[in-house]
Design a protein around this ligand. Structure first.
Ligand code: TXA
Ligand code: MG
Length: 330
């Protein structure tokens, strides 16, 4: 059974760093808190460590993983930054932005972490995990800390319920404040391409660079551009129905804002992502509410319309994956 270590005090943090480091140096994975979702982290330079992530998640094949760094200086040892990418790193790190960049030759990141690509996805997370990486002195590869195909975890309890029997240590940093995974972008020929909408709004990237972010497809469609993004990737057991304006008594409702949804009073359960219509609050509640709606025993989950702007792009992307037919690979 995993040991859950809090990081509320300096003593706790030192204890968590020591325990996590011990596991990481044995090439085993550790669950770590980030501002987006909990990650299942292992040494990005060691093949057995990376393999252990896939085994623990039960992921059928190798996808490129995001390599987490302590800071920009550390990231520059592993990847080549063009001026736009550097500007984005300076503006948004630490934070929920992943940059796909050319890998430096012989930098030490193992090809299993990048699925053999000549590029690497890099980000600097907020808080404890950056501290842990700084202390370890090596990048950590980390996908979300959930079994393959399940909803990403945003609390230590979510991780424990799913992977508690398979891992040794879960560092408990409390609920993840952002609640959806990082935004992934790649700069190519001076253009910024959005590979995955996430915790940094595309509009914020445009404001910093003065450039239009190129969306994978028309906004609002489930675009699968980054390798390894499965269509039905965030799948609850219940079927998910989007843009619902009414709900049946066999369904749980995930609402947004103050609009009345007809049938809400007889729904199996009702959750409101943000009664005030705040997209940041909605993102932070999304995965927990999907899990709770699923656990309510409802046959289906009806989700009210969410505006497709700002963080709404990431929320709608994850909802479309949750609603996609099961077993679909994109
Ligand atoms: O917020 C997050 O990004 C979380 C936390 C733990 O940091 N991590 C996360 O990792 O979501 P993961 O493994 O679920 O997502 C990694 C995705 C891959 O599926 C792939 O789409 C993209 O990042 N990716 C990674 N390296 C890439 C590369 N070299 N080229 C294109 N896409 C890449
Ligand atoms: Mg994931």
């Amino acid at each position: 059974m995993a040991r859950i270590i809090p990081i509320a005090t300096d003593t706790d943090r030192a204890e968590a760093i020591a325990a996590a480091t011990d596991v990481l140096l044995r090439h085993r994975p550790v669950a770590i808190p980030t501002e987006t979702v909990y990650g299942l982290a292992a040494d990005a330079t060691h093949p057995a460590a990376i393999t252990s992530i896939y085994e623990t998640k039960g992921r059928p094949h190798f996808n490129p993983l995001i390599c987490h760094m302590a800071d920009l200086a550390m990231a520059e040892r592993y990847a080549v930054f063009d001026p736009i990418s550097r500007k984005l790193a300076e503006a948004f790190w630490p934070g929920p932005l992943t940059l796909v960049l050319p890998l430096k030759e012989n930098c030490g990141i193992h090809p299993l972490a990048t699925a053999g690509l000549e590029t690497v996805g890099i980000r600097v997370p907020v808080g404890f995990t950056a501290e842990l990486i700084g202390s370890l002195g090596r990048p950590l590869a980390a996908p979300s800390a959930n079994s393959s195909g399940r909803i990403s975890p945003t609390t230590a309890h979510h991780v424990e319920a799913d992977l508690g029997e398979k891992i040794e240590v879960i560092v408990d940093g409390g609920p993840c404040p952002v609640g959806v995974e990082s935004t992934i972008v790649k700069v190519e020929d001076g253009e910024i391409r959005l590979l995955r909408p996430g915790g940094i709004e595309a509009e914020a990237i445009e404001a910093v660079t003065g450039k239009t972010v190129i969306r994978p497809k028309a906004s609002g469609t489930a675009a699968i551009e980054a390798p390894g993004m499965l269509a039905s990737h965030y799948a609850p057991n219940a079927s998910v129905r989007l843009n619902a304006t009414e709900v049946s008594s066999a369904e749980a409702l995930i609402a947004f804002g103050s609009d009345d949804i007809s049938g809400a009073s007889t729904a199996t359960a009702v959750f409101n992502l943000s009664p005030d219509g705040d997209l940041a609050e909605a993102a932070s509640n999304l995965f927990d509410f999907l899990k709770r709606a699923d656990a309510s025993g409802a046959a289906g989950i009806a989700v009210a319309p969410i505006p497709d702007e700002g963080l709404g792009e990431a929320i709608n992307d994850r909802l479309m994956r949750a609603a996609a037919p099961r077993g679909t690979e994109g």
